[in-house]
Design a protein around this ligand. Structure first.
Ligand SMILES: [Zn+2]
Length: 493
């Protein structure tokens, strides 16, 4: 009886366990197959500075075809500060900028006053390798093969590791050369995905950012460059077909930030710090200004309040924050590399030090809530739904999406697959038929558990009844024997 009871309880626990696992997998929305190696490859492409609405005033037949065959987001929201290296590292790590530490395009040293521009900073290993692993390394540690062409961060190693195949952008590279674009596309499709059987490649194009800076986002030159990007998107998909990859390659195309026209030419009162009463560069031991709409200052010891009070209210379109006062939604303060005073200009304004030395007609770096800072987002491939337009999401969520597509376990990050799960073909496949199927298996499981519980109940109650009868019998016997006991005792004594 006891062994049957144990067996029944064991069976019940097993069933309950199975049911819990099933419920947990439904609750978390995790793929029911677990983290198996994905048969599909993944290509992440960034067209620098491609604003979300650049397809509105230009015919983009190839981007339109990609949206019809895949997914288009209304726009995506980059992290603040909306500049190239920091926002690209967010795509690669899924972390906000204060959490991944690549806080600026420029490397700087506040003691030596040394600054390195964007390109040279690509080769400052410790600037990039400061605790967060980009997806190349995480993928490779889990048995995938990764490559990167020109993507910011490619030149660095991370904890001593780098992408298996890399192509670092040459110095003084001509970003606009369409022939070179096509050669690079064929290299990635043929030699990298084909020949070397890579699972993941990140690929970077420096346009339409350069043209947007030089001529402004509303210029005919920018529109022409968007046509070139569109032709390239067509070429990418054609090259994938030519190399036999079309049915096993997922492609995500997005950007790091948008672009906004700079207000100047006497139309507005430009921000020039040296002209603000009470402010002096002599009170600073280091400054990073003349770099678009955001500046960072390190006041000399004891001068923080002086500098802060002078600049605060010094220009109607200039916002001054102590590091600890930064609006928390910007997530740009909690990092030792960020300097004690931050200056942020209103959209359209740039921050000048001594004179107006910035001549770009277009600029980025502004508040990430500014619609002009939002990039585009498209995705196509076997893992994505078709002809689907979705609402916006933050670019921190691209990393967990990519990890899911590659079937790898992500590093800790600030994104969530929940933000993009509805883009996936597996999500569509699970609605509504699969959900019905899952619900029916849940019902079957529940029925089974209920059945076992009834059996256990019956077994336990009959066992208890049996025990009770035994106890009554034993009591009767005991009472009967106790009657005789004095005799026995007497006999013994
Ligand atoms: Zn950029």
């Amino acid at each position: 009886m006891r062994s049957l009871l144990t067996l029944l309880i064991g069976q019940t626990m097993l069933w309950t366990g199975c049911l819990c696992l099933l419920m947990a997998s439904l609750g978390s929305g995790a793929p029911l197959g677990g983290a198996k190696k994905s048969p599909n490859k993944l290509l992440l492409i960034s067209f620098d500075g491609f604003r979300w609405d650049y397809d509105r005033d230009v015919d983009t037949p190839n981007l339109d075809a990609m949206a019809a065959d895949g997914v288009k987001a209304a726009y995506v929201t980059p992290p603040f500060i909306t500049i190239t290296s920091p926002t690209h590292f967010t795509l690669l790590t899924g972390k906000y900028i204060e959490n991944h530490g690549v806080i600026h395009n420029m490397w700087f040293n506040t003691s030596s006053q040394e600054k390195k521009p964007y390109y040279m900073t690509q080769f400052v290993n410790e600037w990039w390798d400061n605790g967060s692993l980009p997806i190349w390394i995480t993928a490779q540690r889990q048995g995938r093969k990764a490559g990167s062409l020109h993507f910011p961060g490619t030149a660095s190693s991370y904890q001593g590791e780098r992408a298996l195949v890399t192509d670092v952008e040459p110095r003084f590279y001509n970003y606009a050369n369409e022939t070179a674009w096509r050669e690079n596309v064929d290299k990635v499709m043929g030699a990298w995905f084909g020949g070397q059987d890579l699972d993941f490649v990140s690929m970077y194009f420096g346009e339409p950012d350069s043209t947007g800076h030089k001529h402004g986002p509303d210029s005919p030159e920018r529109r022409a460059m968007v046509r070139q990007v569109d032709r390239t998107v067509g070429y990418i998909r054609e090259s994938a077909r030519r190399h036999g990859l079309a049915d096993r390659l997922n492609v995500i195309i997005t950007a790091d930030h948008g672009m906004r026209s700079v207000l100047r030419d006497g139309l507005v009162d430009e921000i020039i710090l040296s002209k603000i009463p009470g402010f002096s560069f002599k009170d600073l031991s280091f400054h990073l200004v003349d770099f678009g709409p955001v500046g960072m200052l390190l006041p000399k010891e004891g001068k923080l309040e002086t500098v802060y009070n002078a600049l605060k209210g010094g220009h109607p379109n200039l916002h001054v924050y102590k590091k600890e006062e930064m609006p928390s939604r910007l997530r740009y303060s909690n990092n030792p590399r960020i300097l004690p005073l931050l200056l942020i200009a209103d959209p359209g304004y740039v921050i000048n030090g001594f004179a107006t030395l910035q001549f770009n007609k277009g600029e980025h770096g502004f508040d990430n809530e500014d619609m002009d800072m939002k990039p585009f987002f498209r995705a196509v491939g076997p893992s994505f739904r078709r002809n689907l337009e979705v609402g916006p999401f933050e670019t921190v969520n691209v990393y967990p999406l990519m990890c899911h597509l590659l079937g790898i376990q992500p590093e800790p990050n600030d994104g969530s697959l929940d933000a993009t799960r509805h883009l996936l073909a597996s999500y569509e496949a699970r609605t509504p038929e699969d959900h019905r199927e899952i619900m029916s298996s849940v019902s079957t499981g529940l029925a089974a558990v209920a059945g076992f519980l009834v059996v256990v109940f019956l077994a336990v109650t009959s066992h208890a009844a049996c025990q009770k009868r035994k106890a009554q019998k034993s009591m009767q016997y005991k009472m009967h024997s106790e009657e005789k006991e004095p005799d026995t005792k007497q006999t013994t004594m």
